[in-house]
Design a protein around this ligand. Sequence first.
Ligand SMILES: NC(=O)c1ccc[n+]([C@@H]2O[C@H](COP(=O)([O-])OP(=O)(O)OC[C@H]3O[C@@H](n4cnc5c(N)ncnc54)[C@H](O)[C@@H]3O)[C@@H](O)[C@H]2O)c1
Length: 373
Amino acid sequence: MTRIGIIGGGLMGKEVASALARWCALEIQPDQPTLTAVADVSDAARAWFDRIPSIALKTADYRELLASKDVDAVYVAVPHDLHEQIYLDVLKAGKDLFAEKPFGMDLKQAMNVALSARTSGRFVRCSSEFPFYPGAQRVFQAVKSGQLGRIIEVRAGFWHSSDLDPSKPINWKRQKARCGEAGVMNDLGLHVWHIPMRLGWKPVRVHAQLNNIFPQRPDASGQLVPCDTDDNAIWNVDALIGGHETPMRIEVKRIAPGETNTWFIEVYGTEGSIRYSTKDPKTLWTFRREKEQMWQRIDLGHQTQFPVVTGPIFEFGFPDAFLQMWAAFLAERAGTLGDRFGCATPDECVLAHRLNEAALESSSTKSVVQLDL
Ligand SMILES: NC(=O)c1ccc[n+]([C@@H]2O[C@H](COP(=O)([O-])OP(=O)(O)OC[C@H]3O[C@@H](n4cnc5c(N)ncnc54)[C@H](O)[C@@H]3O)[C@@H](O)[C@H]2O)c1
């Protein structure tokens, strides 16, 4: 049994509480998590957790949660400027850590947290749930098997349009001081880089295009204030894949008209190709080199790496990916993940920050940046 504490009971803290409440749906139970404590500075956020009977401690001071003997592992979902300090405090308190991305505001902070993770010996992983969609897993497995032949090109991304409305009031995610210099890349980058990094694809050269589309937004009183984070980012990368430099285009966008939360990956190879997008979550597109040019559409169901009671023909969605990610986190922590896909590691988080820094440099110098990873 693992006793979980949550620091930050906002959007994602509540998502975790609901994933843990659906634990009974898992047919393979890698562990028995119990949510025992929540810390949030907001009274309203804490009050929401009244509906979870296993929570014995609700506090405005996260240090009180870290001092509790009834917490083994801590999930942290707070504004980015608090990540480094709270992650280090979690490790110092001797607890395991499930961090939210980004792993600190920038590369320096990420390296600091990764070092502390290593020296503390605690189990540390970072949240990135989209690779747990069945379609994303099929792409990962297809590439790993080698069945696609030589990879010709990769396109992947994460698009939404939650900032398309210029009258949307600013929040902490739209300010460099709280979100980080890397803006949208801090928010969405790890979600897209997780699979390419896990496949061992090595970026060697980056040219990035970053755009701050609405540099001002109204604050709560309606007054226009600076909105200084980049909304959209594109990495154009040469990546070493199977010994060949291969074009890879990775996009993260907060302003992508027509998209609500579209995560996608497309891998084109000489023998076969494969495409998956959460926009059409049941559909996997595959291609095999044959006489005719023909994509095959496969109707996917609920085929998950940790089986659940949900029938295999039923549709899969975001909360399901979250449940699968948590099962992977706790299984890996318990040493029972086996060859299943695991959550993002501290080293992968550091690498994601390196790619953010390369993009920032490329964008500010309008040049191609070499990477030595
Ligand atoms: N994995 C995902 O898909 C996903 C999606 C959205 C956000 N996130 C990440 O989750 C994190 C939180 O984002 P969110 O959307 O839940 O934000 P949010 O603003 O909804 O929630 C943040 C919460 O932190 C609380 N908080 C602030 N300071 C605190 C402190 N000192 N101690 C305790 N609590 C404090 C706030 O009161 C708020 O309730 C960010 O890192 C974000 O990038 C991840």
